[in-house]
Design a protein around this ligand. Structure first.
Ligand code: BDR
Ligand code: CA
Length: 314
């Protein structure tokens, strides 16, 4: 039986990689893409999600989500990472299909009720849609099978500030709500995504063996590779968003630990995910009553890459 997932996303070059991986995974059944601002505006994220559906030739509804963070002022879109179009400035033609009328939060609520205890929400961007869905209907927390999110860091440094990861700092209040809700959250953060690199040869293989999505993925990723080359002197890129999909397919590729997560919502540490162990009480206890999340702390990188390559080239 395949695992039913909703992908919440801000495409985004590595979002594209994650989404194609999910579309190609025989063990996953993608029920919807819900969109958010983040790498690009929500309008562009929605257009880009529709493009991914068209390129892959799948029949998956796209539902537009939140345009702004819950509380904080929005950060500028990182066009130096993903390009102005979110797809490495390749000027891809506009998609013909359209988003559904229902917004992202309502789509999440409706699908969770349609398939109680069966839905995994895989979040690849800032977490406003998940927080909004919880506000709309708090009962969904008890009906979601799992939330797997790309974001945050435990001991690894941040990638936007010394302590903050991009998806979390874009909407720290939403992230704090998501970590405190009573559902099973798995955090796939920089502690693991910084341990996995794909390079040009990996993508050449995908381009040459995946007639549907390979060329598109290869083209958009060149801009991302250039960013990594300039910024980190790395030949390749980290596997951020696609790691969540791998986790949904084969969680045993990761080592996890339990921890209670709160998010700093202002000050110099804004966007930091602060992980408290389960067995500690603090004098000032901001972690009291926070449910245990599953924190990914290590990853079998060769196995992850093999599973990605096999899935994307079948
Ligand atoms: C995350 O930030 C975005 O730029 C990527 O798409 C990914 O979701 C990595 O920190
Ligand atoms: Ca993303």
């Amino acid at each position: 039986m395949s695992r039913k997932i909703i992908i919440d996303t801000d495409p985004g070059i590595d979002d594209a990689m994650a989404i194609f991986l999910a579309f190609n995974a025989p063990t996953l059944d993608v029920l919807a893409l819900t969109t958010t601002f983040g790498n690009v505006s929500v309008d562009l994220a929605t257009k880009n999600a529709l493009t991914l559906v068209e390129v892959a030739g799948v029949d998956v509804p796209v539902s537009r989500g939140v345009a702004l963070p819950l509380v904080r002022k929005p950060l500028a879109a990182p066009d130096f990472v993903h390009g102005k179009d979110g797809f490495g400035n390749i000027n891809y033609p506009a998609p013909k299909c359209q988003a559904i009328e229902r917004n992202a939060a309502q789509t999440i609520v409706d699908l969770v009720h349609q398939y109680p205890n069966e839905i995994t929400i895989v979040a690849l961007g800032p977490l406003g849609n998940l927080a909004t869905a919880l506000a709309l209907d708090p009962s969904i927390a008890g009906l979601v099978h799992e939330v797997i999110l790309m974001g945050g860091a435990d001991t690894e440094s941040g990638n936007v500030t010394p302590v903050a990861e991009a998806n979390i700092i874009n909407d720290p209040h939403a992230a704090d709500i998501v970590f405190q809700a009573n559902w099973q959250v798995t955090m796939v953060g920089l502690d693991v995504t910084h341990k996995v690199l794909i390079d040009d040869a990996f993508l050449e293989n995908v381009r040459d063996n995946n007639t549907q999505c390979g060329d598109f993925l290869y083209q958009v990723t060149q801009f991302y590779f250039n960013f990594y080359r300039k910024e980190f002197s790395i030949d390749g890129c980290y596997v951020h968003d696609a790691s969540t999909i791998v986790y949904a397919m084969a969680p045993d590729i990761f080592t996890t630990k339990p921890g209670r997560v709160r998010v700093a919502v202002d000050g110099v540490a804004i966007g930091q995910t602060i992980v408290a162990p389960l067995d500690k009480q603090y004098v000032v206890d901001h972690w009291d009553n926070v449910p245990a999340s599953n924190i990914c702390v290590d990853v079998d990188s060769p196995r992850l890459l093999q599973l990605m390559a096999d899935t994307l080239t079948k």
